[in-house]
Ligand binder design. Structure first.
Ligand SMILES: [Mn+2]
Length: 328
């Protein structure tokens, strides 16, 4: 059975482990929230903890470089965990398939995540801390603040970047996100304007912007239970395409990408007003996995699925589910 954990359970759980290393694992998509959470949590625990994972996206790479926070890259082909491992903490991870590596059996495991749906289950006896926050960085911040004292600047910058990106620049779950930023400002020397420059970066090269724009121009519009759903085929940057469709007026967007191994990956986004009216894309992606196999899940406003399916059938399934939810 998976055990429900609270924030107060983390420290005693760490103390209960042997003397070996603790791997703080980011999820395989390596977004800013997971990299921020993993690096800050590992430093907070101390030298025995190691932030590690398979991948870091562009924003997290820029923030790692800016802050100098330590992150151990795993070899994509032969991923290995630290030797003499006493425990694993997985951060921002809805289910084991999102880690992307084999978890060694019988290693004590603690998972820290914000509410998400998932089609796969954690191993027996996993401690699961799942909070109703907009980002995992906010949960890490709460643990750190319980200990008191000033927050080192580089930790504050990583957590701020995680909150900014996971709230979609404060478009989702704004209130608790803003509250956490106030706590960061009050307890560190964080200067948001400077960090925002690093988060935004210099923009994409022309060829990539070209590809994104042509994906958007291939869009189809569907009407499901009073909602406008935009679908598109994306070559890359699917989340950017999905977000653009939503900010252009879609009540939900679905972007598909055919992967080299023949599988397809589906990325979906919805704006706050759709979530408020009851749409839950994470639940819909979970039911796609139940119906057609593969792995799926995520949050109400940002979710995904990956597996082997016919694109048209998968989209028809998703549109039908959105229609059912939209009609209540
Ligand atoms: Mn997250």
């Amino acid at each position: 059975m998976v055990l429900k954990a609270r924030i107060d359970d983390l420290k005693p759980w760490i103390s209960s482990l042997g003397d070996g290393a603790i791997a703080v694992l980011s999820h395989k998509n390596g977004d800013m929230d997971t990299i921020g959470s993993a690096t800050v949590l590992a430093e907070w625990i101390g030298p025995r903890a190691r932030a590690t994972g398979l991948h870091a996206d562009k924003v997290s790479k820029r923030m790692l470089q800016r802050t100098g926070m330590k992150f151990r890259w795993m070899d994509q082909r032969h991923p290995t965990l630290p030797r003499m491992l006493s425990g694993i903490i997985a951060v921002d991870t809805g289910g084991p398939s999102q880690i992307g590596i084999e978890i060694p059996e019988a290693t004590p495991m603690f998972v820290i995540d914000h509410h998400a749906s998932s089609s796969d289950q954690w191993p027996e006896d996993t401690m699961l801390l799942s909070c109703d926050a907009s980002s995992t960085c906010q949960i890490i911040l709460e643990s750190i603040l319980q200990g008191g004292g000033r927050i080192p600047l580089e930790w504050a910058e990583m957590m701020y970047a995680g909150i900014v990106t996971d709230t979609g620049r404060f478009k989702h779950g704004s209130e608790n996100g803003h509250r956490s930023v106030v706590l960061l400002l009050d307890n560190s020397d964080l200067r948001p304007e400077d960090v925002l420059q690093t988060i935004e970066g210099d923009g994409l090269p022309m060829d990539q912007r070209n590809r994104i724009l042509s994906s958007i121009s291939s869009m189809e519009i569907h009407h499901c239970g009073g909602m406008i759903v935009a679908t598109a085929k994306g070559g890359s940057h699917e989340s950017r395409i999905a977000t653009s469709l939503v900010s252009s007026g879609a009540d939900a967007s679905i972007v598909t990408k055919r992967l080299e191994d023949g599988n397809i990956r589906i990325t979906a986004r919805a704006p706050w007003r759709s979530i408020e009216s009851g749409l839950d894309l994470g639940a819909i992606m979970t039911s796609l996995a139940t119906a057609k196999g593969g792995q799926g899940g995520g949050h109400a406003g940002a979710a995904g699925w990956m597996g082997n399916a016919n694109r048209r059938e998968a989209i028809a399934f998703l549109l039908a589910e959105i229609g059912i939810q939209a009609r209540g």
